[in-house]
Design a protein around this ligand. Structure first.
Ligand code: PLP
Length: 381
């Protein structure tokens, strides 16, 4: 098989206008944070009903600084999901606080809000929900609980740009909302991220923290008032982001069409669990299925991934359960504390889904899945 036939699970698309705009920046003499960063922040704000948006060089940085802005520190507990990219929990540890993992709901694969209240203690300061694969956590229930216990909410919306809740874009309402522009996301800047905020003092603090806690004084000198980090975004990245943002709706519409095709062509007799067929709210960041339990626990998911690779199809695994990772084991988290997340993490695979895929690619993936899974199910391999 030729390399050009390989279908990865995701692939960014940067159009020629964006490449030209980046070339202009490269020739301009101004590469770091400057006018393009400001323009990108304004463009993001316009997509989010005018809320204040500040960009940084990763989604992780946005989350980490959000906790710092909320003054979350040692002794504080932050509730989150174990089914996410490890950054979601790591940034809690980075701030010296303690992650508390609440199991997920088997259908949405997001934090199970019906369990959340029983995990709240006097040390709980915040909740970090994650919209896995771009499927939004129920914001009504989430904010009802957060308001009842006066908790901050830092929405890890890394994957859900363009997703909606009650017809409103994620990020256009709520407390602090972090997006990622990592290369795999629906809108990318290569690496990058942003935080959406409401409170002017918090915006000011965030601006300082993203550049080593510094402020410019009126006499032209600078002061350092807090311990921040080097988290500013470059004008190069912001220019890519602007080119991408204008295509967000088009990209997400295409993702949604491809997801519909997966539902149409997927061989239902294979006993896999498909994601919820939601075409109102999710931005279809990923199309993730769960392999049949018998197959995974007997034959191993890696044989499926290898089989698909042989047929020229890339499969992603997002994500291992965070509390079972070595760092978290060493910190005393019990491997069996979130059984639903653990089962999903063992069985989940991400199928190819990106806007430049052809309809025929979906059919090819579905046929390949049958070819690989059928013999495994019948125990012929
Ligand atoms: C759910 C989630 N949280 C946080 C992040 C961190 O974003 P970044 O990679 O931009 O630091 C990601 C990115 O993969 C993510 O998917």
């Amino acid at each position: 098989m030729q390399d050009s036939d390989f279908l990865p699970f995701t692939r960014p698309f940067i159009d020629d206008d964006t490449i030209d705009a980046v070339s202009e920046v490269l020739r301009s003499g101004w590469l770091s944070s400057g006018p393009k960063v400001l323009a990108f922040e304004n463009a993001l704000s316009a997509c989010l009903e005018g809320r204040v948006v500040r960009v940084v060089n990763s989604g992780s940085a946005a989350l980490q600084l959000a906790l710092q802005v909320c003054d979350i520190r040692q002794g504080d507990e932050v509730i989150t999901t174990p089914l996410s990219w490890v950054a979601t929990a790591n940034i809690i540890l980075t701030n010296g606080a303690t992650p508390v993992f609440v199991d997920v709901d088997a259908n949405t694969r997001n934090i199970d809000l019906s369990l959340l209240e029983s995990f709240i203690t006097i040390n709980t300061r915040a909740i970090i929900p994650v919209d896995l694969a771009g499927f939004p956590v129920d914001r009504d229930k989430l904010y009802e609980i957060a308001n009842k216990y006066q908790l901050r909410v830092i929405e890890d919306a890394a994957q859900s740009l363009g997703a909606r809740w009650n017809k409103k874009p994620i990020g256009s309402f709520g407390d602090l909302v972090a997006f990622s522009f990592h290369a795999n996301k629906n809108v990318t800047t290569g690496e990058g991220g942003c935080l959406v905020m409401s409170n002017a003092d918090e915006v000011e603090l965030f601006e300082k923290l993203r550049l080593h806690g510094t402020t410019k004084l009126t006499n032209g000198l600078l002061d350092c008032e807090a311990l921040g980090g080097k988290f500013n975004l470059t004008d190069i990245a912001a220019t890519i982001g602007m080119g991408q943002l204008t295509q967000l709706e088009k990209f997400n519409k295409r993702r949604s069409e491809l997801a519909k095709l997966y539902f149409k062509y997927f061989n239902q007799s294979l006993d896999c669990s498909l994601p919820l067929a939601d075409f109102e709210q999710t931005n279809w960041h990923m199309f993730q299925i769960l392999l049949p339990p018998k197959l995974v626990y007997k034959q191993g998911r890696e044989n499926f991934v290898k089989g698909m690779r042989k047929l020229g199809i890339g499969i992603g695994i997002h994500y291992p359960a965070i509390h079972k990772l070595t760092l978290y084991k060493m910190k005393g988290y019990r491997a069996d504390s979130c059984p639903i997340a653990e089962d999903i993490a063992n069985r989940i695979v991400t199928l190819p889904l990106f806007p430049t895929m052809q309809d025929s690619d979906v059919i090819r993936v579905c046929e390949a899945i049958t070819r690989v899974l059928q013999p495994m199910i019948e125990d012929r391999v």
